[in-house]
Ligand binder design. Structure first.
Ligand SMILES: NC(=O)C1=CN([C@@H]2O[C@H](COP(=O)(O)OP(=O)(O)OC[C@H]3O[C@@H](n4cnc5c(N)ncnc54)[C@H](OP(=O)(O)O)[C@@H]3O)[C@@H](O)[C@H]2O)C=CC1
Ligand SMILES: CC(=O)N[C@@H](CCC(=O)OP(=O)(O)O)C(=O)O
Length: 316
C-alpha cells in the first residue's frame, strides 16, 4: 500500500523543503490541502485523519492543535516544531543519537524532529558524557551561527527587506532562555542547561556550531585523541552515514569550516580541535539548518517510519 503523507504547514519554509524532497517519490502519495483552507481546523482535521503520516511544519501552538485534531489511532506524526521534543510518549527524532534510536523512531507513532541548534550540541557532547570523558555537571557553553532561514518566513522577509544593510552577525536569545535549552539538556545528558549564545548571519541557510571545552580542572583531563575517538566510535555504525567525523584537526584554523558547506544535504559533519598542553578543545559541527536541521531530518525519520532502506538514494 502506498503511504499517504500530509504536510501540515507545507507553505512554510520547512514544509516547502520537505515537499521538494518528496516530490519525485513514487512510494508515497503526498496529499495537499487547498491553499484557501490550510488554516481551517476542520479541513486540517480531515487531512490529518486520512493521512498515514502527518508532518507538522507549524508554530508550536498550531502543532499542538494538529495533534489534538487527530481522532484515530492510525495517523503517525512527525512534528518539526519544538512543541513535543521533551514530551512523554514522543520519540526524539535524532536517528544517530544512540545505536537504537533509529529503531525507536521506526516503531513510533509520534516523533519529535530535533531543533537545529540542539543537534550540534547533542552530537558533540552526548558521546563524551557516555564515554565518561566529560562529567554530566560540566559547565558547558555553546555558540554558533545560523543562516536567517532558521527564523522562518518572518526572519527571511526581514533579512531580504534589509538588503545590504542586513546585520551579518546578530547575537540573540541573550535572556539565556532559548526554547531549545530543555532538549539540549535532556538529550545532551547534562545536569543543567548550557550557556547558549546563538547568532544569525546574513546568509540564507547553513550553520556552524561550537562546543568549547575548557578541560583544566577535571579530575582526569581527556586528550584530543580520546575526545575524537569517543565521538568517531559513537557515530561509526550510525545508519545512513549522515553524521561524519573529520580526522582530528591539527590545524589552528581551517578554511574548510564554512557554515554553508553542507547546504542541500542531510549531512552533519563534526570536527574535533584540541591543544592537550592547554587542556582545551572545541567540537565544531557544520550542517544545513533546513537539511539535517529540519527537513532532511524529517524525511530521514519518515523513511525510517516507512521502512525505507537508509542506504538508498531515497534516504535523505
Ligand atoms: N526554519 C528552520 O530552520 C527550522 C524550523 N523548525 C520548526 O519548524 C516549524 C515551521 O518552521 P518554519 O517552516 O521555519 O516556519 P514558517 O514561518 O516559514 O512557516 C510556518 C507555516 O505555518 C503556517 N501556519 C501558521 N499558523 C498556522 C495554523 N494555525 N494552521 C495552519 N498553518 C499555520 C504559516 O502560514 P503563513 O504562510 O500564512 O504564515 C507558515 O506557512 C516551526 O515550529 C519551527 O520552529 C525546526 C527546525 C529548523
Ligand atoms: C536563526 C533562528 O532564529 N533559529 C531558530 C531555530 C530554528 C529551529 O531549530 O527551529 P525550532 O524553532 O523548531 O527548534 C531559533 O533560534 O529559534
Amino acid at each position: 500500500m502506498v503511504a499517504r503523507v500530509f504536510i501540515d504547514g507545507e507553505a512554510g519554509t520547512t514544509g516547502l523543503q520537505i515537499r521538494e524532497r518528496l516530490a519525485m517519490r513514487r512510494d508515497l502519495e503526498l496529499i495537499s490541502i487547498p491553499d484557501e483552507s490550510r488554516k481551517d481546523p476542520a479541513a486540517r482535521a480531515d487531512y490529518l485523519n486520512k493521512a498515514d503520516i502527518a508532518i507538522l511544519c507549524l508554530p508550536d501552538a498550531a502543532a499542538k492543535e494538529s495533534v489534538a485534531l487527530i481522532e484515530n489511532d492510525t495517523t503517525r506524526v512527525i512534528d518539526a516544531s519544538s512543541a513535543h521534543r521533551v514530551a512523554e510518549g514522543w520519540a526524539y527524532g535524532f536517528a544517530e543519537m544512540d545505536l537504537d534510536q533509529a529503531d525507536i523512531i521506526a516503531a513510533a507513532m509520534r516523533v519529535a524532529n530535533p531543533g537545529c541548534w540542539p543537534q550540534g550540541l547533542i552530537a558533540a557532547v552526548r558521546p563524551l558524557i557516555t564515554a565518561e570523558l566529560l562529567p554530566s555537571d560540566f559547565n558547558l557553553t555553546y555558540f554558533g551561527i545560523s543562516g536567517y532561514s532558521g527564523g522562518g518566513k518572518g526572519m527571511i522577509a526581514d533579512y531580504e527587506a534589509a538588503g545590504t544593510s542586513a546585520n551579518s552577525f546578530a547575537p540573540y536569545a541573550l535572556g539565556f532562555n532559548h526554547k531549545h535549552l530543555p532538549e539540549m539538556t535532556e538529550y545532551g545528558l547534562l545536569d543543567a542547561a548550557p550557556l547558549f549564545t546563538p547568532t544569525v548571519g546574513d546568509f540564507y541557510k547553513g550553520m556552524l556550531t561550537v562546543v568549547p571545552l575548557n578541560l583544566a580542572g577535571l579530575a582526569k583531563v581527556p586528550t584530543g585523541e580520546q575526545l575524537h575517538a569517543a565521538i568517531a566510535d559513537h557515530f561509526a555504525s550510525a545508519p545512513g552515514g549522515f553524521v561524519e567525523v573529520a580526522p582530528l584537526e591539527a590545524l589552528e584554523k581551517s578554511d574548510s569550516l564554512n557554515p554553508q558547506a553542507l547546504n542541500d544535504t542531510n549531512k552533519l559533519q563534526l570536527h574535533v580541535f584540541a591543544n592537550d598542553a592547554r587542556a582545551q578543545a572545541a567540537i565544531v559541527a557544520v550542517y544545513d539548518n533546513l537539511g539535517k536541521g529540519a527537513s532532511g531530518a524529517a524525511v530521514q525519520n519518515l523513511n525510517l517510519m516507512l521502512g525505507v532502506d537508509q542506504t538508498t538514494s531515497l534516504a535523505a
